[in-house]
Design a protein around this ligand. Sequence first.
Ligand code: NAD
Length: 480
Amino acid sequence: MNRNYIAGEWVASAAGAANINPSNTNDVVGDFARASVGEAEAAIAAAYDAFPAWSRSGIQQRHDILKKIGDEIIARKDELGHLLSREEGKTLPEGIGEVTRAGQIFQFFAGETLRLAGDKLASVRPNVDVEITREPIGVVGLITPWNFPIAIPAWKIAPALAYGNCVVFKPAELVPGSAHALAEIIARAGVPAGVFNLVMGKGSVVGEALLKSPKIAAISFTGSVATGRKVAQACIESNPMKKMQLEMGGKNPMVVLDDADMKVAVECAVNGAFFSTGQRCTASSRLIVTDGIHDRFVDAVTERLKGLVVDDALKAGTHIGPVVDQSQLDQDLSYVRLGREEGAKLAFGGELLNRATPGFYLSPALFTDVDNGMRIAREEIFGPVATVTRVKSYDEALSAANDTPFGLSAGICTTSLKYASHFKRNSEAGMVMVNLPTAGVDYHVPFGGRKGSSYGPREQGRYAEEFYTTVKTAYSFDGA
Ligand code: NAD
């Protein structure tokens, strides 16, 4: 498996690295490629050479390829879900769910290839027509994080290919297994050589090679704000400048009002904050709760947390899998310490757990008495750690929800149409949920945020065409 997919061939990589199961660090999932700059450049050159023919390929061909990829992913969802959960640590149902979604995304974009539309307008000049069309942009570099090992690659690769671009895909170092399996499926689906390439390796090596190459026209990146900033700078400095799309961190508020349905609010909070081990950019990591329901809500959430099983991701009955690796676990624990130092009260969890196998097990941590100015309420932790901030009124809740450097997702639990409507209109987030967890979105509609969470056009749904195509305005005079 120590290989990359370049120019239609599986090519042995000069180096490799072990892929470790976070539920059982004795379990090596496999040895996967760590590509060199040279290997990345070979992939970029292959994609560049393949672009002229692929950009003019027929939409039926692209449709059929994408449909085939989607169908195979869904047919193999259990096996691929097992691999995903084994290498990333989300529970098996979560892993299978993510794989299913990846398949649906390919199927959706198979349909989109047949729906690409343009505009034809009258000119302001007599006997002149104006046509506005969308064309592919060229070679796109796709850089993805570890927390959605197949869904995020799918929602970048599928539209890239659908709209006639060539791809160099660099997955996160921690989850090469899912990327490799996805590339095998794509390779089998009839994609011409060079159109899709997989180069696995470090961000500082493969990622930077993509950012530096003048043959790459655009970068779609999902990851942390710190890396996103570097990506943006490199895209601007490159000549020609690259088009870019950055999806980054979140610190998503979930407001709970006095009139909320308690059962709904507790489910939204627990699911949104702690499922997938809290390792979601859309996680409800800030719970903002009004006075009248606060104590009952905290008690109910704490009771629910006591009943959750933190264990091996592949074990039946596990609700929360392990943290992805030692360095993320250290980060989570350091924020648990920081929360105490800042004066917040640890109402539940935040402890290392021993299980039958050595893994990165952490009990879900709930902090109360949290001021929205504390670092645990402002910085993305990216683990099973949530804060509760008490507020006096809806207005105070809305202002705390918006008082953040991020703007990805935001939620409110209320039975009041007035507050729900007001929140939808006034939340400074790209995605707003009413009586639903902040995490968990549909695959056929736009995904993305505002402020420090996102930069550039939206991903997913038909809005994806904004990034993966470039607009041409053509004028013609009929000579009359
Ligand atoms: P990360 O920024 O460490 O890495 C993301 C990717 O960038 C990886 O493939 C990595 O190898 C690559 N990379 C690292 N340094 C690079 C460099 N110098 N040049 C080019 N590429 C480089 O992020 P992560 O730890 O993998 O993922 C967690 C982060 O992702 C969190 O902040 C989370 O919120 C964010 N995320 C955002 C979304 C979203 O859609 N907004 C979705 C999922 C995850």
